[in-house]
Design a protein around this ligand. Structure first.
Ligand SMILES: NC(=O)c1ccc[n+]([C@@H]2O[C@H](COP(=O)([O-])OP(=O)(O)OC[C@H]3O[C@@H](n4cnc5c(N)ncnc54)[C@H](OP(=O)(O)O)[C@@H]3O)[C@@H](O)[C@H]2O)c1
Length: 261
């Protein structure tokens, strides 16, 4: 069987990411799983091949909190890319920084998405239906553009997480504007409330299955009716107004801040 479209799914051995990657593989994409643990990536690739029968599933080890690793990953790519799903995220309970000294949630959840789009979108230009899906959340807000690394006050992982998910939604709008002339759609969504390492670290738990959590991101990725739609935010496969992305000045300012890293 020929798999014509090519996809990348980040955080693909996480609760929701694995289910997203499996669904995308079922839809006949060639899928590259991205994560930082080689053993887990290898196992998930094997599982997805066994479940779906799609043998075009491979993986790349990339620490998404580190710009240089994303640049090296992008430089190693050769084929066109139809679909990028930014899904990986973290929420350490105590403040952590990358070796470069960037607060870990901002580095992974915000800059990781930003750099993946920045360095991979050239592989998406000129295709018939190229899409970027940013897995964000309704659990979002409180972002201070003068303190994006949450240096002020006492670190609270839930607050910093909400900042990062607000940023995902704002940057969706920024990239949608930037990439619209290149025919690349950029969408954001809330996946669902699923028990995972991340939701446990937030103290939230979750009541939906990973498959339910994957439903909206996968729909954003492949739904025919969304072809050419860009800059929108969805929950449960319905468009929702996003107050964060309406403030153009703040959206542009956040984009400039991310460019500075
Ligand atoms: N679960 C929910 O209820 C819920 C609700 C709303 C939104 N979301 C969003 O859904 C997405 C998936 O979350 P989840 O609940 O499935 O979480 P999860 O099971 O904890 O999965 C997160 C994934 O991200 C990966 N990751 C973290 N830091 C990374 C890094 N530096 N480099 C590469 N990979 C990294 C993790 O790998 P490691 O194990 O190696 O860290 C893991 O595979 C996130 O964007 C989250 O914000 C989830």
């Amino acid at each position: 069987m020929e798999y014509k479209k090519v996809a990348i799914v980040t955080g693909s051995y996480g609760a929701i990411g694995k289910s997203i990657a499996e669904s995308i593989a079922k839809n006949n994409y060639k899928v590259t799983l991205v994560g930082r643990n080689r053993i887990k990536l290898k196992q998930v690739a094997k599982d997805i091949i066994n479940i779906t029968g799609n043998t075009d599933v491979d993986y790349s080890v990339v620490d998404l909190s580190r710009k240089q690793e994303i640049i090296s990953f992008s430089e190693s790519r050769k084929s066109p890319l139809h679909l990028l799903i930014n899904n990986a995220a973290t929420t350490p309970r105590s403040r952590k920084e990358t070796p470069e000294g960037i607060e870990m949630q901002f580095a992974t959840n915000v800059l990781g998405y930003f750099w993946m789009i920045k360095y991979l979108h050239p592989f998406m230009e000129g295709l018939d239906d190229a899409r970027i899906v940013n897995v964000a959340s309704y659990w979002a807000g409180g972002l201070d553009l003068n303190d994006v690394e949450s240096k002020k006050g006492v670190y609270n992982n839930d607050d910093v997480y909400k900042n990062s998910k607000q940023a995902n939604r704002m940057l969706t709008k920024a990239f949608a504007e930037e990439l619209k002339d290149k025919n690349i759609s950029v969408l954001a969504c809330h996946p669902g409330d699923v028990r995972s390492k991340l939701s446990t670290d937030l103290g939230h738990g979750g009541w939906e299955s990973p498959e339910q959590g994957a439903d909206t991101p996968v729909w954003c990725a492949i739904a025919e009716e969304l072809k050419g739609v860009t800059g929108k935010y969805y929950e449960h496969k319905s468009e929702r107004k996003c107050r964060f992305s309406e403030d153009k000045n703040s959206v542009n300012k956040l984009y400039e801040i991310c460019e500075g890293y």
